[in-house]
Design a protein around this ligand. Structure first.
Ligand code: SF4
Ligand code: SF4
Length: 441
Protein backbone atom coordinates (compact mmCIF):
# COMPACT_ATOMS: atom_id res chain seq x y z
CA UNK A 1 0.00 0.00 0.00
CA UNK A 2 1.16 3.47 -0.84
CA UNK A 3 0.18 6.98 0.22
CA UNK A 4 0.37 10.40 -1.35
CA UNK A 5 3.19 12.28 0.41
CA UNK A 6 2.05 14.81 3.00
CA UNK A 7 4.67 17.19 1.61
CA UNK A 8 3.13 17.46 -1.86
CA UNK A 9 1.52 20.58 -3.33
CA UNK A 10 -0.45 20.40 -6.58
CA UNK A 11 -0.87 23.90 -8.00
CA UNK A 12 -1.68 25.65 -11.29
CA UNK A 13 1.22 27.17 -13.19
CA UNK A 14 0.73 29.12 -16.41
CA UNK A 15 -1.27 26.74 -18.67
CA UNK A 16 -0.49 23.60 -16.75
CA UNK A 17 0.03 22.33 -13.21
CA UNK A 18 2.94 21.28 -11.10
CA UNK A 19 3.38 18.79 -8.34
CA UNK A 20 6.01 19.87 -5.83
CA UNK A 21 7.38 17.93 -2.88
CA UNK A 22 8.90 20.02 -0.11
CA UNK A 23 10.97 17.15 1.29
CA UNK A 24 12.45 16.05 -2.02
CA UNK A 25 12.50 19.69 -3.22
CA UNK A 26 11.49 18.30 -6.60
CA UNK A 27 8.77 19.27 -9.03
CA UNK A 28 7.09 17.84 -12.14
CA UNK A 29 4.79 19.62 -14.54
CA UNK A 30 1.47 18.02 -15.45
CA UNK A 31 -0.97 18.53 -18.28
CA UNK A 32 -4.65 18.89 -17.33
CA UNK A 33 -5.40 15.24 -18.05
CA UNK A 34 -2.66 13.84 -15.81
CA UNK A 35 -3.53 16.28 -13.08
CA UNK A 36 -7.14 15.06 -13.16
CA UNK A 37 -6.02 11.45 -12.98
CA UNK A 38 -3.86 12.31 -10.03
CA UNK A 39 -6.62 14.21 -8.24
CA UNK A 40 -9.00 11.30 -8.68
CA UNK A 41 -6.37 8.93 -7.29
CA UNK A 42 -5.69 11.20 -4.30
CA UNK A 43 -9.40 11.08 -3.61
CA UNK A 44 -9.99 7.37 -4.17
CA UNK A 45 -6.67 5.97 -2.94
CA UNK A 46 -3.35 6.50 -4.68
CA UNK A 47 -2.86 2.76 -5.35
CA UNK A 48 -5.64 3.01 -7.96
CA UNK A 49 -3.29 5.02 -10.14
CA UNK A 50 -1.09 1.97 -10.59
CA UNK A 51 -3.80 0.32 -12.67
CA UNK A 52 -4.86 3.42 -14.58
CA UNK A 53 -1.43 4.76 -15.43
CA UNK A 54 1.38 2.43 -14.26
CA UNK A 55 4.33 4.41 -15.63
CA UNK A 56 3.09 7.65 -14.04
CA UNK A 57 2.54 5.83 -10.76
CA UNK A 58 6.03 4.31 -10.86
CA UNK A 59 7.53 7.70 -11.58
CA UNK A 60 5.73 9.24 -8.59
CA UNK A 61 7.02 6.47 -6.34
CA UNK A 62 10.60 6.74 -7.63
CA UNK A 63 10.59 10.49 -7.11
CA UNK A 64 9.13 10.40 -3.61
CA UNK A 65 5.74 11.97 -4.39
CA UNK A 66 4.17 8.68 -3.37
CA UNK A 67 5.60 6.68 -0.43
CA UNK A 68 4.89 3.45 1.46
CA UNK A 69 1.81 3.90 3.60
CA UNK A 70 3.69 2.79 6.71
CA UNK A 71 6.49 5.26 6.12
CA UNK A 72 6.82 7.97 8.79
CA UNK A 73 7.62 11.08 6.75
CA UNK A 74 7.76 13.39 9.76
CA UNK A 75 10.26 11.15 11.51
CA UNK A 76 12.46 11.28 8.43
CA UNK A 77 12.55 15.09 8.65
CA UNK A 78 13.23 14.91 12.40
CA UNK A 79 16.18 12.59 11.78
CA UNK A 80 17.71 14.93 9.22
CA UNK A 81 17.17 17.94 11.43
CA UNK A 82 18.82 16.18 14.34
CA UNK A 83 21.79 15.15 12.26
CA UNK A 84 22.33 18.73 11.13
CA UNK A 85 21.75 20.50 14.46
CA UNK A 86 23.65 17.96 16.56
CA UNK A 87 26.69 17.88 14.29
CA UNK A 88 29.78 18.43 16.43
CA UNK A 89 32.34 18.83 13.63
CA UNK A 90 32.35 22.57 14.12
CA UNK A 91 31.85 25.34 16.64
CA UNK A 92 30.21 28.68 15.89
CA UNK A 93 31.16 31.28 18.49
CA UNK A 94 29.65 34.76 18.35
CA UNK A 95 31.12 37.52 20.47
CA UNK A 96 29.50 40.87 21.27
CA UNK A 97 32.53 43.03 22.04
CA UNK A 98 30.22 45.87 23.04
CA UNK A 99 26.58 46.85 23.29
CA UNK A 100 27.49 50.38 22.30
CA UNK A 101 27.07 51.74 18.77
CA UNK A 102 28.05 54.77 16.71
CA UNK A 103 24.52 54.94 15.21
CA UNK A 104 21.30 55.96 16.82
CA UNK A 105 18.75 53.84 14.94
CA UNK A 106 15.35 54.15 16.54
CA UNK A 107 14.78 50.43 16.69
CA UNK A 108 17.79 49.62 18.75
CA UNK A 109 19.04 52.82 20.34
CA UNK A 110 17.32 51.94 23.60
CA UNK A 111 19.49 48.88 24.04
CA UNK A 112 22.82 50.72 23.66
CA UNK A 113 24.96 50.52 26.74
CA UNK A 114 27.55 53.27 26.66
CA UNK A 115 31.03 52.23 27.78
CA UNK A 116 30.10 48.54 27.59
CA UNK A 117 33.02 46.56 26.27
CA UNK A 118 34.67 43.22 26.74
CA UNK A 119 36.08 42.99 30.24
CA UNK A 120 39.69 41.70 30.30
CA UNK A 121 38.63 38.68 32.32
CA UNK A 122 35.95 37.81 29.73
CA UNK A 123 38.43 38.27 26.90
CA UNK A 124 40.77 35.82 28.66
CA UNK A 125 37.93 33.32 29.15
CA UNK A 126 36.97 33.52 25.48
CA UNK A 127 40.58 32.84 24.54
CA UNK A 128 40.61 29.81 26.86
CA UNK A 129 37.38 28.59 25.27
CA UNK A 130 38.88 28.96 21.78
CA UNK A 131 42.02 27.06 22.82
CA UNK A 132 40.06 24.20 24.38
CA UNK A 133 37.57 23.91 21.56
CA UNK A 134 39.78 24.20 18.52
CA UNK A 135 42.10 21.54 19.92
CA UNK A 136 39.31 18.99 20.30
CA UNK A 137 39.74 16.13 17.90
CA UNK A 138 36.17 16.22 16.60
CA UNK A 139 36.34 19.93 15.69
CA UNK A 140 37.21 20.47 12.05
CA UNK A 141 35.93 24.03 11.66
CA UNK A 142 35.78 27.00 14.02
CA UNK A 143 33.87 30.14 13.23
CA UNK A 144 34.39 33.35 15.18
CA UNK A 145 31.67 35.90 14.53
CA UNK A 146 31.53 39.45 15.87
CA UNK A 147 28.18 41.02 16.57
CA UNK A 148 27.07 43.79 18.93
CA UNK A 149 26.41 46.74 19.33
CA UNK A 150 28.85 47.81 16.68
CA UNK A 151 31.74 45.32 16.80
CA UNK A 152 34.20 47.62 15.02
CA UNK A 153 34.03 50.29 17.75
CA UNK A 154 36.77 48.69 19.81
CA UNK A 155 38.57 46.89 17.03
CA UNK A 156 42.10 47.25 18.41
CA UNK A 157 41.45 46.20 21.98
CA UNK A 158 38.62 43.69 21.61
CA UNK A 159 38.60 42.25 18.11
CA UNK A 160 42.27 41.93 17.18
CA UNK A 161 43.32 39.97 20.31
CA UNK A 162 40.64 37.36 19.62
CA UNK A 163 41.40 37.07 15.91
CA UNK A 164 45.10 36.74 16.67
CA UNK A 165 44.49 34.17 19.37
CA UNK A 166 42.36 32.11 17.01
CA UNK A 167 45.03 32.30 14.34
CA UNK A 168 47.83 31.35 16.77
CA UNK A 169 45.91 28.39 18.12
CA UNK A 170 45.05 27.29 14.66
CA UNK A 171 48.67 27.40 13.51
CA UNK A 172 49.28 24.16 15.40
CA UNK A 173 45.80 22.63 15.37
CA UNK A 174 45.41 23.24 11.63
CA UNK A 175 41.60 23.34 11.42
CA UNK A 176 39.47 25.42 9.12
CA UNK A 177 38.74 28.83 10.61
CA UNK A 178 36.33 31.56 9.63
CA UNK A 179 35.87 35.12 10.89
CA UNK A 180 32.82 37.29 10.27
CA UNK A 181 31.28 40.59 11.30
CA UNK A 182 27.75 41.85 11.49
CA UNK A 183 28.47 45.55 11.30
CA UNK A 184 26.81 48.75 10.18
CA UNK A 185 29.80 49.15 7.86
CA UNK A 186 30.52 52.77 8.74
CA UNK A 187 33.96 52.23 10.27
CA UNK A 188 35.40 50.09 7.49
CA UNK A 189 38.63 51.61 6.19
CA UNK A 190 41.99 50.82 4.64
CA UNK A 191 43.40 49.78 8.04
CA UNK A 192 40.71 47.10 8.32
CA UNK A 193 41.62 45.70 4.90
CA UNK A 194 45.37 45.91 5.59
CA UNK A 195 45.02 44.21 8.94
CA UNK A 196 43.14 41.21 7.62
CA UNK A 197 45.45 40.92 4.64
CA UNK A 198 48.39 40.88 7.07
CA UNK A 199 46.92 37.99 9.07
CA UNK A 200 45.85 36.25 5.87
CA UNK A 201 42.15 36.01 6.79
CA UNK A 202 39.29 37.22 4.64
CA UNK A 203 36.39 37.86 7.01
CA UNK A 204 32.82 37.77 5.77
CA UNK A 205 30.74 40.83 6.52
CA UNK A 206 27.03 41.35 6.85
CA UNK A 207 26.04 44.98 6.37
CA UNK A 208 22.48 46.29 6.42
CA UNK A 209 20.76 48.86 4.25
CA UNK A 210 17.36 49.95 5.50
CA UNK A 211 16.05 50.58 2.01
CA UNK A 212 17.34 53.23 -0.42
CA UNK A 213 19.16 56.40 0.71
CA UNK A 214 16.18 58.48 1.91
CA UNK A 215 14.64 55.74 3.99
CA UNK A 216 17.99 54.37 5.15
CA UNK A 217 19.23 57.77 6.34
CA UNK A 218 16.04 58.32 8.28
CA UNK A 219 16.67 55.14 10.23
CA UNK A 220 20.45 54.73 10.36
CA UNK A 221 22.15 57.96 11.15
CA UNK A 222 25.18 59.19 13.00
CA UNK A 223 23.34 62.37 13.98
CA UNK A 224 20.02 63.91 12.93
CA UNK A 225 21.84 65.82 10.16
CA UNK A 226 24.16 63.08 9.00
CA UNK A 227 22.90 59.91 7.41
CA UNK A 228 25.10 56.95 6.56
CA UNK A 229 23.93 55.50 3.23
CA UNK A 230 26.63 57.00 1.01
CA UNK A 231 29.51 56.00 3.29
CA UNK A 232 28.15 52.51 3.77
CA UNK A 233 27.65 51.90 0.05
CA UNK A 234 31.17 53.19 -0.60
CA UNK A 235 32.57 50.85 2.05
CA UNK A 236 30.68 47.84 0.72
CA UNK A 237 32.12 48.42 -2.75
CA UNK A 238 35.58 48.97 -1.26
CA UNK A 239 35.35 45.65 0.58
CA UNK A 240 34.09 43.69 -2.42
CA UNK A 241 36.75 45.18 -4.70
CA UNK A 242 39.33 44.03 -2.15
CA UNK A 243 37.90 40.50 -2.29
CA UNK A 244 36.17 40.62 1.11
CA UNK A 245 32.79 38.84 0.81
CA UNK A 246 29.84 41.03 1.81
CA UNK A 247 26.26 40.02 2.35
CA UNK A 248 24.21 43.20 1.97
CA UNK A 249 21.05 42.72 3.94
CA UNK A 250 18.29 44.93 2.61
CA UNK A 251 15.62 45.32 5.27
CA UNK A 252 12.33 46.10 3.61
CA UNK A 253 8.77 46.98 4.53
CA UNK A 254 5.72 47.59 2.35
CA UNK A 255 6.67 51.28 2.49
CA UNK A 256 10.31 51.20 1.40
CA UNK A 257 10.41 48.19 -0.94
CA UNK A 258 9.58 49.84 -4.27
CA UNK A 259 12.22 52.51 -3.72
CA UNK A 260 14.78 49.81 -2.93
CA UNK A 261 15.05 49.11 -6.65
CA UNK A 262 17.17 52.28 -6.87
CA UNK A 263 19.89 50.62 -4.79
CA UNK A 264 20.93 48.72 -7.91
CA UNK A 265 22.09 52.00 -9.49
CA UNK A 266 24.76 52.37 -6.83
CA UNK A 267 26.30 48.96 -7.51
CA UNK A 268 26.19 48.75 -11.31
CA UNK A 269 29.82 49.75 -11.68
CA UNK A 270 31.26 47.18 -9.27
CA UNK A 271 33.75 44.88 -11.02
CA UNK A 272 32.32 41.75 -12.58
CA UNK A 273 34.54 39.60 -10.38
CA UNK A 274 33.32 41.32 -7.21
CA UNK A 275 29.69 40.90 -8.30
CA UNK A 276 30.17 37.26 -9.00
CA UNK A 277 32.26 36.28 -6.00
CA UNK A 278 32.04 38.81 -3.19
CA UNK A 279 28.66 40.54 -3.18
CA UNK A 280 25.26 39.20 -2.36
CA UNK A 281 22.04 41.06 -1.63
CA UNK A 282 19.72 39.47 0.85
CA UNK A 283 16.20 40.94 0.95
CA UNK A 284 14.70 40.60 4.36
CA UNK A 285 11.23 41.67 5.33
CA UNK A 286 11.22 43.42 8.70
CA UNK A 287 9.34 41.09 11.04
CA UNK A 288 7.20 43.88 12.53
CA UNK A 289 5.85 44.37 9.00
CA UNK A 290 4.96 40.79 8.12
CA UNK A 291 1.28 41.22 7.35
CA UNK A 292 -0.14 39.14 4.51
CA UNK A 293 -0.11 41.07 1.23
CA UNK A 294 1.18 40.97 -2.33
CA UNK A 295 4.63 42.35 -1.76
CA UNK A 296 6.20 39.18 -3.18
CA UNK A 297 5.51 40.34 -6.74
CA UNK A 298 7.32 43.66 -6.23
CA UNK A 299 10.17 41.83 -4.57
CA UNK A 300 10.39 39.42 -7.48
CA UNK A 301 10.63 42.31 -9.97
CA UNK A 302 13.27 44.09 -7.93
CA UNK A 303 15.35 40.94 -7.60
CA UNK A 304 15.15 40.54 -11.37
CA UNK A 305 16.56 44.03 -11.86
CA UNK A 306 19.48 43.20 -9.59
CA UNK A 307 20.09 39.92 -11.40
CA UNK A 308 20.08 41.67 -14.81
CA UNK A 309 23.09 43.65 -13.61
CA UNK A 310 24.81 40.48 -12.42
CA UNK A 311 24.09 41.19 -8.76
CA UNK A 312 23.21 38.04 -6.85
CA UNK A 313 20.16 38.11 -4.61
CA UNK A 314 18.40 36.04 -2.02
CA UNK A 315 15.28 36.58 0.05
CA UNK A 316 13.66 35.31 3.19
CA UNK A 317 10.56 34.15 1.35
CA UNK A 318 12.47 31.02 0.38
CA UNK A 319 13.00 29.25 3.71
CA UNK A 320 15.04 26.10 4.08
CA UNK A 321 14.92 25.86 7.85
CA UNK A 322 15.77 22.18 8.20
CA UNK A 323 18.67 21.76 5.79
CA UNK A 324 19.93 25.26 6.41
CA UNK A 325 18.97 25.85 10.01
CA UNK A 326 20.03 28.96 11.89
CA UNK A 327 23.43 28.89 13.60
CA UNK A 328 21.60 29.28 16.90
CA UNK A 329 19.75 25.99 16.32
CA UNK A 330 23.01 24.09 16.41
CA UNK A 331 24.20 22.47 19.61
CA UNK A 332 27.73 23.71 18.95
CA UNK A 333 27.01 27.40 18.89
CA UNK A 334 27.00 30.11 21.52
CA UNK A 335 26.93 33.88 21.76
CA UNK A 336 29.02 35.51 24.47
CA UNK A 337 28.08 39.00 25.53
CA UNK A 338 30.76 41.54 26.55
CA UNK A 339 30.10 40.72 30.22
CA UNK A 340 30.34 36.92 29.82
CA UNK A 341 26.60 36.20 29.67
CA UNK A 342 25.73 33.38 27.27
CA UNK A 343 22.95 33.31 24.69
CA UNK A 344 22.16 31.19 21.67
CA UNK A 345 20.65 33.62 19.21
CA UNK A 346 21.45 37.21 18.37
CA UNK A 347 17.91 38.32 17.55
CA UNK A 348 16.71 38.90 21.10
CA UNK A 349 17.90 41.36 23.69
CA UNK A 350 20.98 40.56 25.73
CA UNK A 351 19.59 41.24 29.19
CA UNK A 352 21.21 39.22 31.96
CA UNK A 353 17.81 38.04 33.17
CA UNK A 354 17.25 36.40 29.77
CA UNK A 355 20.64 34.76 29.47
CA UNK A 356 20.97 31.04 28.87
CA UNK A 357 24.08 30.79 31.02
CA UNK A 358 27.58 32.22 31.39
CA UNK A 359 31.16 31.66 30.32
CA UNK A 360 33.24 30.47 33.26
CA UNK A 361 36.64 31.89 34.11
CA UNK A 362 38.22 28.70 32.79
CA UNK A 363 36.49 29.16 29.45
CA UNK A 364 33.68 26.63 29.80
CA UNK A 365 30.12 27.23 28.63
CA UNK A 366 27.83 26.90 31.64
CA UNK A 367 24.21 26.64 30.47
CA UNK A 368 21.79 27.29 33.34
CA UNK A 369 18.37 25.74 34.00
CA UNK A 370 18.91 23.13 31.31
CA UNK A 371 18.77 25.92 28.72
CA UNK A 372 20.71 24.13 26.00
CA UNK A 373 18.67 20.92 26.23
CA UNK A 374 15.38 22.83 26.39
CA UNK A 375 16.35 24.59 23.23
CA UNK A 376 17.60 21.49 21.41
CA UNK A 377 14.30 19.74 22.26
CA UNK A 378 12.04 22.58 21.21
CA UNK A 379 11.70 21.84 17.50
CA UNK A 380 8.88 19.56 16.31
CA UNK A 381 6.67 20.33 19.27
CA UNK A 382 4.27 22.64 17.42
CA UNK A 383 1.31 20.54 16.30
CA UNK A 384 0.28 22.47 13.15
CA UNK A 385 3.76 22.00 11.66
CA UNK A 386 3.64 18.23 12.01
CA UNK A 387 0.88 17.90 9.43
CA UNK A 388 1.96 20.79 7.20
CA UNK A 389 2.86 20.35 3.54
CA UNK A 390 5.85 22.72 3.75
CA UNK A 391 7.21 21.52 7.07
CA UNK A 392 10.59 20.41 5.60
CA UNK A 393 11.11 24.00 4.44
CA UNK A 394 9.56 25.96 7.27
CA UNK A 395 9.07 23.86 10.41
CA UNK A 396 7.80 26.89 12.27
CA UNK A 397 11.04 28.83 11.86
CA UNK A 398 13.89 28.48 14.29
CA UNK A 399 14.40 26.96 17.73
CA UNK A 400 13.98 30.38 19.36
CA UNK A 401 10.45 30.59 18.00
CA UNK A 402 9.77 26.97 18.83
CA UNK A 403 11.02 27.29 22.40
CA UNK A 404 9.10 30.49 23.13
CA UNK A 405 5.82 28.95 21.97
CA UNK A 406 6.46 25.58 23.55
CA UNK A 407 7.16 27.13 26.93
CA UNK A 408 4.07 29.32 26.64
CA UNK A 409 2.12 26.15 25.77
CA UNK A 410 0.89 27.81 22.63
CA UNK A 411 0.42 26.64 19.04
CA UNK A 412 1.30 28.84 16.10
CA UNK A 413 1.86 29.15 12.38
CA UNK A 414 4.22 31.75 10.97
CA UNK A 415 1.74 32.21 8.08
CA UNK A 416 -1.33 32.17 10.31
CA UNK A 417 -2.31 28.85 8.78
CA UNK A 418 -3.01 30.59 5.46
CA UNK A 419 -2.68 27.99 2.67
CA UNK A 420 -2.18 30.74 0.07
CA UNK A 421 0.84 31.99 1.95
CA UNK A 422 2.25 28.46 2.05
CA UNK A 423 1.63 28.21 -1.70
CA UNK A 424 3.63 31.40 -2.24
CA UNK A 425 6.63 29.65 -0.67
CA UNK A 426 6.04 26.69 -2.96
CA UNK A 427 5.87 28.94 -6.05
CA UNK A 428 9.14 30.60 -5.03
CA UNK A 429 10.78 27.19 -4.70
CA UNK A 430 9.44 25.99 -8.04
CA UNK A 431 10.68 29.14 -9.73
CA UNK A 432 14.10 28.60 -8.21
CA UNK A 433 14.14 25.09 -9.67
CA UNK A 434 13.10 26.42 -13.09
CA UNK A 435 15.78 29.14 -12.98
CA UNK A 436 18.46 26.66 -11.93
CA UNK A 437 17.50 24.39 -14.84
CA UNK A 438 17.55 27.31 -17.27
CA UNK A 439 21.02 28.27 -16.10
CA UNK A 440 22.28 24.73 -16.53
CA UNK A 441 20.81 24.45 -20.02
S1 SF4 B 1 15.51 34.38 16.21
FE1 SF4 B 1 15.74 32.38 15.28
S2 SF4 B 1 16.57 32.75 13.22
FE2 SF4 B 1 16.89 34.60 14.46
S3 SF4 B 1 18.94 34.35 15.27
FE3 SF4 B 1 17.51 33.57 16.78
S4 SF4 B 1 17.40 31.40 16.35
FE4 SF4 B 1 18.27 32.33 14.57
S1 SF4 C 1 4.72 27.48 10.80
FE1 SF4 C 1 2.90 27.16 9.54
S2 SF4 C 1 3.68 27.03 7.43
FE2 SF4 C 1 5.42 26.73 8.81
S3 SF4 C 1 5.57 24.50 9.01
FE3 SF4 C 1 4.36 25.27 10.73
S4 SF4 C 1 2.25 25.09 10.03
FE4 SF4 C 1 3.54 24.96 8.22
Amino acid sequence: MKKYSQFNSLLPYENQYFLYNSYQQKTIFLEEELKELLEAAIHEGIDNLKEVHPSFFDYLVESGFVVDSSFDEVQQVKDISKKIDENTDFFLLTVNPTMNCNFKCWYCYETHIKDSRLETSVLDSIQSFITKTINKENIKFFSLAFFGGEPLLYFEKNVKPLVEHLKRENDHSNKMIHVSFTTNGYLINQDFIDYFNSVDIKPHLQITLDGYKDEHDKVRFVSKKKGSYDEIVRNIIFLANNEFPVNVRINFTDENLSNSSKIVEDFKEVSEEAKEKYLKFDFHRVWQNNQIDDLDKTLHEIREQFEIWGLRTNSNNSPNNIQNSCYADKRNSATVNYNGDLFKCTARDFLTENRGGYLSEEGDLIWENDYLERRMDAKFSNKPCLSCRIMPLCNGGCSQHAMEYKEANDEYCIYQGDENEKSKIVYTKVEEIINAELQEA
